[in-house]
Design a protein around this ligand. Structure first.
Ligand SMILES: Cc1ncc(COP(=O)(O)O)c(C=O)c1O
Length: 390
């Protein structure tokens, strides 16, 4: 696997490059796409071969027999995360935005509150609002340059209308890998306020050296009766277009409720996603992820060294994910101005911080999962765009 290879994704209907001009005004022929969270890399060969097998066979009928898929999940969670997953705990949704929507639909009703620790992955709020529920935002304080939780402070702000808490673990954006103590604190918070706790762990494999992700169910085994875990192969292996995700529910009562909603919505998986995911969760896939994470760590260093050299600009130290979260507040510029410089002068499309909720306003999120030469070029352009601050 050569992560340095530049693969031209333009004209392939990929949202990242083919929508950047429409959404950010940055033309793809001269711009650098550093926004939506997918990578500019091909997945491991085991995934490509599985797809080739489907293509050679050439008949694309309904998918059946998910036992190998579930066995692969079990193997992955056991070997990579020390977590034993039973096959009947696993529901397969059309990705985890769909999984989130299904959870909101199953355990809340219109008007109920859903708690988010912001800034956080923007689709959570989008789904909650579209379903007629209320987003209850608790902005995370920053301590020593990284996000922390203020659970005791937030206790006082609960109204009693909240029914669910969606945790992003590891966190997007900001890249925190929550400690066991923090996870137990969140579990206790959910218990105190009688909330269903949805733990979105889609970034759990993309943990940078020196940190260790702990699945919520291992950190807080005593809250199983209110816990929903969500994982996927899509972020780890860059197969997000396959739209397959896992909602994993150890509690039998919660499973019945969720399974009933799945049936009511007529949700069943697509064969391409199932075949790719099964192939990905393998020793070959695991070796690829180890190399990927080492490469991402190299990119992170180049990116951080570059942008942190601009006076007033600070990249949060990433513990996980490939999503650099950059604070421009030290420049004294309004978001319109630093965003204009990044888009119009550096010709880089990066996610606007405000879209992640309260607390994100002075940030931009830069996707660094791209060949290193592009990161180097991006850093050069950013330094030029803010050269007057030097
Ligand atoms: C925390 C989190 N959850 C879910 C998703 C998207 O999930 P899916 O593509 O499976 O719908 C993302 C994508 O960036 C994410 O960061």
């Amino acid at each position: 696997m050569n992560f340095d290879e530049i693969i031209d994704r333009r004209g392939t209907h990929c949202v990242k490059w083919d929508m950047m001009e429409t959404l950010y005004g940055v033309p793809a022929d001269e711009g650098i796409a550093m926004w939506v969270a997918d990578m500019d890399f091909r997945p491991p060969d085991c995934v490509q071969q599985a797809l080739r097998g489907m293509l050679d066979h050439g008949v694309y009928g309904y998918f059946g027999d998910d036992r190998p898929y579930k066995a692969a999940i079990r193997w992955w969670m056991e070997t990579r995360h020390g977590w034993t997953v039973e096959p009947d705990w696993i529901f397969t949704t059309h990705g985890l935005v769909n999984g989130t929507a299904m959870c909101v639909d199953t355990w809340t009703k219109p008007g109920d509150g859903v708690v988010l620790f912001t800034p956080v992955y923007h689709a959570f709020a989008r789904v909650i609002r579209a379903a007629g529920r209320e987003v209850v935002e608790f902005p995370m304080p920053v301590e020593d340059g990284r996000y922390v939780l203020d659970l005791e402070g937030w206790d006082a702000r609960m109204t009693g209308r909240e029914r669910m808490l969606i945790l992003c673990s590891p966190h997007n954006p900001g890249g925190r890998v929550w400690t066991a103590e923090e996870l137990r604190g969140v579990a206790e918070f959910a218990k105190r306020h009688d909330l269903i706790l949805v733990s979105d762990e889609i970034h759990h494999d993309l943990v940078l050296p020196g940190h260790r992700h702990i699945p919520m169910t291992l950190a807080a085994p005593d809250i199983t009766d209110r816990l929903v875990m969500m994982t996927a192969t899509t972020k780890t292996f860059n197969i997000a277009g396959s739209h397959v995700g896992n909602v994993i529910i150890p509690d039998a009562g919660l499973r019945t409720a969720f399974g009933t909603r799945m049936l009511a919505m007529g949700i069943s998986p697509n064969s391409f996603g199932m075949v790719m995911a099964t192939a990905a969760y393998s020793p070959e896939g695991a070796a690829w992820v180890d190399r990927l994470v080492a490469y991402l760590e190299g990119n992170r260093r180049v990116f951080d060294d570059g942008v942190n050299g601009i006076p007033g600009v600070r990249s949060m130290p990433l513990e996980a994910t490939y999503l650099g979260w950059v604070d421009f507040s030290g420049t004294g510029m309004a978001p319109e101005e630093f965003t204009r410089r990044v888009e119009r002068e550096a010709r880089i499309a990066a996610n606007h911080g405000a879209s992640f909720g309260t607390g994100g306003e002075n940030f931009l999120r830069f996707n660094i999962a791209t060949p290193r030469s592009r990161i180097e070029e991006a850093v050069t352009r950013l330094r030029a765009a803010f050269a007057d601050l030097q």
